[in-house]
Design a protein around this ligand. Structure first.
Ligand SMILES: Cc1cc2nc3c(=O)[nH]c(=O)nc-3n(C[C@H](O)[C@H](O)[C@H](O)COP(=O)(O)OP(=O)(O)OC[C@H]3O[C@@H](n4cnc5c(N)ncnc54)[C@H](O)[C@@H]3O)c2cc1C
Length: 373
């Protein structure tokens, strides 16, 4: 049965940044069959389809989206074979991410406990390989079930095909706009104790290097506490609540560039140590540190937009802001960081309904994007 298709649904009501004009058409699909019907309708009407979950990683344009927004509402969780202490868990894309994590913690299944409190739905988790506190979804994701947006065909794709990297997957690259994820399968070890790698989390839990990790519910509570401190959980009472989480990803650069950035910081007389972390792909710098050193402290404000008072990386809508104002602040920050440190920051949220590419939009929203290179 075709799902009800609604016209002119305001995106600002369905995105955590609280901005965005109308979606021309909107369909909430109960299951894959309804999704296929909705996609067929979009094809027959010549309308571009896109997909939303919880809207917590999207910056929607003031003009809105002139196509069909679909959401897949299936939120079933099923437990399959338990092989060698690992359980295959199949989760509907419409399941709220944190409800899934809570259910796994209650079940004694480890591997996602440090991802407690991340907003959004399960179907979006693979898109940017969500991660926090030393854990990321790529570690336990087994496969995804998808519907091709244009042919309507169904496929199951194993994790090793998904091109996972830090906040990255093929869904953000060559498969952008190709599939709707309808189910995500995880392989989770049955283990009442979790994994704690992140130093700040270890400290909060009072763990020394040799201590075993605490039980899963303890880790979950500690993670949610830290996140709440940083306004990184959705809380209707929090003045920093209208954000998309981190607006920029931490840049991963070569050793040579990391040294050059450090040199520039020293030349400027920076007193704070520059954070740098060696990863398999290069040196990860702290986008928050670069932004602060470039002159944008926590709580920085530009009329109706600003930075969270608890988290430098979160751009916030301080009330009734437009997408244009957010883009303009993002462009200003990116421009200044580039001018001061020669590093171009990449935004984390997906831009929806803009006529230009994200890079072009950010470059054009400033008079010049040239830095000292
Ligand atoms: C306060 C706050 C804290 C956050 N903290 C973190 C964090 O710690 N770590 C982290 O990684 N992220 C974090 N985020 C970002 C965000 O929560 C995640 O990226 C989340 O996975 C987005 O889920 P969503 O359902 O809201 O996706 P949406 O915002 O609705 O969509 C995001 C993208 O995914 C696509 N998409 C959504 N569902 C599907 C689907 N079923 N099939 C195909 N494509 C789909 C959309 O088209 C869009 O391109 C945070 C956000 C906020 C607001």
């Amino acid at each position: 049965m075709k799902p009800p298709i609604r016209p002119d649904v305001p995106l600002r009501e369905f995105t955590t940044l609280g901005v965005g004009g109308p979606a021309r058409f909107w369909a909430d699909c109960a299951d894959e069959e309804q999704l296929k019907e909705a996609l067929a309708w979009a094809r027959s009407e010549g309308r571009m389809p896109t997909v939303l979950g919880g809207g917590s990683n999207v910056l929607a344009s003031d003009a809105g989206f002139d196509g069909l927004v679909v959401r897949i509402m299936n939120s079933n969780i099923t437990f399959e074979a338990d092989v060698a202490g690992q359980v295959l868990v199949r989760v509907g894309a419409g399941c709220i991410w944190d409800e899934f994590v809570a259910a796994m913690v209650a079940e004694g299944l480890s591997g996602v406990e440090c991802l407690s409190g991340i907003p959004g739905w399960v179907g979006a988790a693979p898109i940017q390989n969500i991660g926090a506190y030393g854990q990321e979804v790529a570690e336990t994701l087994a496969s995804v079930r998808v519907v091709h947006r244009f042919s309507g065909d169904t496929e199951e794709i194993p994790a090793d095909m998904l091109g996972f990297a830090y906040r990255q997957s093929r869904f953000k690259e060559d498969w952008r706009d190709r599939y709707v994820i309808t189910r995500v399968d995880f392989r989770l070890p049955r283990n009442p104790r979790g994994t704690v790698r992140f130093p700040a989390l270890k400290q909060l839990l009072g763990m020394s290097e040799r201590d075993l990790a605490p039980e899963l519910p303890t880790i979950r509570e500690a993670v949610i506490d830290i996140r709440r401190e940083k306004s990184m959980v959705l809380d209707p009472e929090d003045p920093n609540r209208r954000s998309a989480g981190s607006f920029f990803v931490n840049p991963v650069v070569s050793d040579r560039i990391a040294n050059a950035v450090q040199k520039r910081a020293r030349t400027r007389g920076t007193h704070r140590r520059m954070p740098r972390f060696a990863t398999a792909d290069g040196i990860k710098l702290s986008a928050a540190w670069l932004i602060e050193e470039a002159g944008f402290p926590r709580g920085f404000g530009r009329n109706r937009v600003g930075l969270s008072s608890k988290h430098t990386l979160a751009l916030i809508n301080r009330g009734d802001a437009s997408a244009e104002e957010l883009v303009s602040l993002a462009a200003e920050i990116r421009h200044e960081v580039h001018k001061v440190f020669g590093v171009l920051l990449t935004p984390e949220p997906v831009f929806l309904g803009f006529s230009k590419s994200t890079q072009a939009l950010l470059a054009d929203s400033r008079p010049s994007d040239e830095g000292p290179g």
